[in-house]
Design a protein around this ligand. Structure first.
Ligand SMILES: [Zn+2]
Ligand SMILES: [Zn+2]
Length: 658
């Protein structure tokens, strides 16, 4: 299938491939991996998707130019999936070009969950277009076109893509004459591409087009708008089905949608990136803050610091130089200059508080926490629901400590953070990030910092992932990623060691030796921001919060007006006991009112008919028990006691129902 075995520059030499069992195979440069795999076994060739040479994935039709550790990749290898997905992008372009020959082609890479391809067309694609493209893709896969690779020189490539201005522009990037330009052809379609691809379009079986959206050519907002089609592909049918199910479920749980349906918050163009919390949303927000506060009652000192600062602070912290475009600057009316800024983080104000007093080694560790509002100037295009906002609050803590306390402190903070996540049924993975290339401090400092942080991590007995070079410029850190009920990972908490700011702000303490010493600072956040954490909780629980977090815990429904007075009195008793209960005595059918309570995901609905009213009972309807449930009567006092107990223990599942 290959008409040109190798570029002229690299003939004669042999390449040495080291197979997984250690055996060596010497083949001439330019040999096709397909031939190497065939020599190992015909059956293996059928199973092969691509090969890996020293960790670099290459397809079966790209001539070998260098040797190294040689592995044959099959559907079972993780590296194979991007190859399949990128090939699917070619199949998509093939289908689009058949139906819309005027479409100009951009790029079509594999991405985390699938693939996309960009097209320049005169009008956006409709859902009908997308369905037609998917059907056409099906045909392209049934026709089993081999992916044929050709290596061409620049003039030839220009001729081949004469009708594709976007590809011609891409060809302008080939300035190094030694660089190999390759094209891949499947059936009627030819693309400028480096590969790798599967052997033929028939390898693509389980795929789905998902959506289309506008995207700038090369991500540049000054360039023309293209239409991007997203899709996904898997080797196995059930994997595709599971993925599609998760997408559907994620849509249903989207916090922006549920936030509206459950009346939790709203956004308004007059305050981009800032949240308006409704009464229910504010209750939820405050419950979370109260929970953090309660957990931090001992061992932490909550303080409040100003929101607005003179730029002198940001000059000292270095933000004025490096972070200014992310800050909201405030004009000083007298000077007419931007001399103030809203705080984008609490750290510098905590340093000022620390500096206000002298500290002895005995007081350390000293932990300041603040829940103040912060502002960061995210570009409006990046704003999204509660996850990308401009105004938010963190459970932000800064610990001032002696170097010899790091291990113990990190262990304490790690347990604190993990315990917090566990109370929501969220599991977490730990990532240990070490010194980055751009950093402050000498190697001895980094050695000590990394050693103590690692020792602390290991003392927790938890496994962690090492992220070499991913630390902050001022010190190593531990990041906490939580996994929600849909299996999605979110980066939330962090523990960061900081040796730089104590220097910058000249923070000190008096040691046992009476001399002046430099403390270390730890930056710690648990929820990230409350806004983002609430978004995650909404999606994690699909809006069905556990009783302790539910803005409305109990709704009381009299069957008829005859029971309205009794029902109102029962609500009063519940509220007096500390339950967030409400009354729905509207002149609507019981069925309607129950359905509405269910839609609002109220944990318990208490129905009161004549029998219940006479016996001081409620018939309890428990959320999630299904339409056919038979509400069982419970004595009002017993029900109140159960809800209170469930709230106190922060139970994750509903237990107070009958
Ligand atoms: Zn390609
Ligand atoms: Zn900080």
């Amino acid at each position: 299938m290959i008409d040109r075995p190798a570029s002229a520059a690299s003939v004669d030499a042999d390449v040495t491939l080291v197979l997984p069992d250690g055996a060596e195979k010497v083949v001439p440069t330019g040999t096709l991996p397909a031939d190497v795999v065939r020599s190992i076994g015909e059956r293996l060739l059928l199973a092969a998707v691509a090969v890996s040479i020293d960790g670099e994935v290459q397809d079966l039709m790209t001539p070998l130019r260098k040797g190294g550790a040689f592995r044959v990749l099959t559907e079972r290898d993780a590296e194979s999936l991007p190859v399949l997905r990128h090939s699917a992008a070619h199949v998509l372009a093939t289908a689009v070009r058949r139906l819309r020959p005027d479409a100009k082609i951009g790029f079509g890479p594999a991405i985390d969950d699938g693939f996309y391809y960009d097209f320049e067309v005169t009008s956006p694609f409709t859902p009908d277009d997308i369905a037609a493209f998917e059907a056409e893709m099906r045909r392209v896969t049934q026709e089993k076109y081999p992916f044929v690779r050709a290596e061409v020189d620049l003039p030839e490539a220009r001729v081949r893509f004469a009708d594709d201005p976007l590809k011609l522009e891409r060809l302008d990037d080939f300035t190094d004459p030694a660089e190999i330009i390759s094209t891949y052809t499947d059936g009627p379609f030819v693309d400028l591409c480096r590969g790798p691809h599967v052997t033929d379009t028939g390898r693509l079986k389980h795929f789905k087009l998902l959506s289309s959206a506008a995207a700038y050519w090369r991500g540049d907002e000054k360039r023309q708008m293209l239409q991007r089609i997203y899709g996904t592909a898997f080797f196995k049918k059930d994997e595709l089905e599971q993925h599609l199910f998760r997408i559907e479920e994620a849509k249903k749980r989207d916090h922006r949608r549920l936030g509206k349906e459950l009346d939790l918050f709203m956004l308004h163009p007059y305050a981009p990136g800032a949240t308006f919390w409704t009464e229910r949303g504010t209750t939820l927000y405050n419950l979370l803050v109260d929970f953090v506060r309660e957990r931090q009652q001992r061992n932490f000192a909550e303080i409040k610091t100003p929101l607005l600062y003179n730029k002198a602070l940001w000059e000292q912290s270095g933000h004025w130089g490096k972070y200014k475009e992310n800050m909201f600057l405030v004009l000083d009316n007298e000077s007419g200059e931007h001399e103030f800024s809203l705080k984008p983080m609490n750290c510098p104000s905590h340093y000022l508080m620390y500096l206000a007093k002298k500290h002895s080694y005995r007081e350390l560790p000293k932990r300041f926490v603040t829940f103040d509002v912060l502002h960061r100037n995210e570009v409006t295009g990046a704003l999204s629901g509660l996850t990308r906002v401009r105004q938010f609050a963190q459970d932000d803590c800064h610990v001032f400590l002696r170097e010899d306390q790091i291990t113990e402190e990190v262990k304490f903070l790690t347990d604190f953070i993990l315990g917090y996540y566990e109370s929501f049924g969220l599991s977490a993975t730990l990532k240990f990030a070490t010194r980055p290339e751009q950093r402050v401090g000498d190697d001895a400092m980094w050695d000590r910092a990394e050693q103590s942080l690692r020792a602390a991590l290991e003392s927790t007995g938890r496994s962690y992932e090492l992220k070499e070079g991913d630390g902050a410029f001022y010190g190593p850190k531990i990041d906490f990623d939580v996994t929600d009920s849909l299996g999605r990972a979110w980066q939330l908490g962090t523990i960061q060691l900081d040796y730089a700011n104590p220097e910058r702000f000249d923070l000190t303490y008096t040691g046992e030796d009476n001399a002046t010493h430099r403390p270390v600072v730890i930056h710690r956040a648990v929820s990230g921001s409350f806004e983002r954490f609430i978004a995650i909780l909404i999606e994690h629980f699909a809006g069905a919060f556990p009783t302790w977090l539910a803005p409305e815990q109990v709704r009381v429904l009299p069957i008829s007006l005859d029971q309205a007075a009794v029902a109102a009195a029962i609500v009063e008793r519940m509220v007096a006991a500390g339950i967030r209960a409400s009354l729905d005595d509207r002149n609507e059918t019981l069925k309607y009112r129950v359905a509405e309570g269910a839609r609002m995901k109220v944990p318990y609905m208490c129905v009161i008919g004549r029998r219940e009213a006479d016996a001081d009972q409620v018939a309890v309807n428990t959320r999630g028990a299904g339409e056919g449930q038979k509400p069982a009567p419970v004595a009002v006092e017993d029900f109140i006691a159960r809800v209170i107990a469930e709230t106190k223990t922060r139970a994750l599942s509903l237990t107070a129902g009958a």
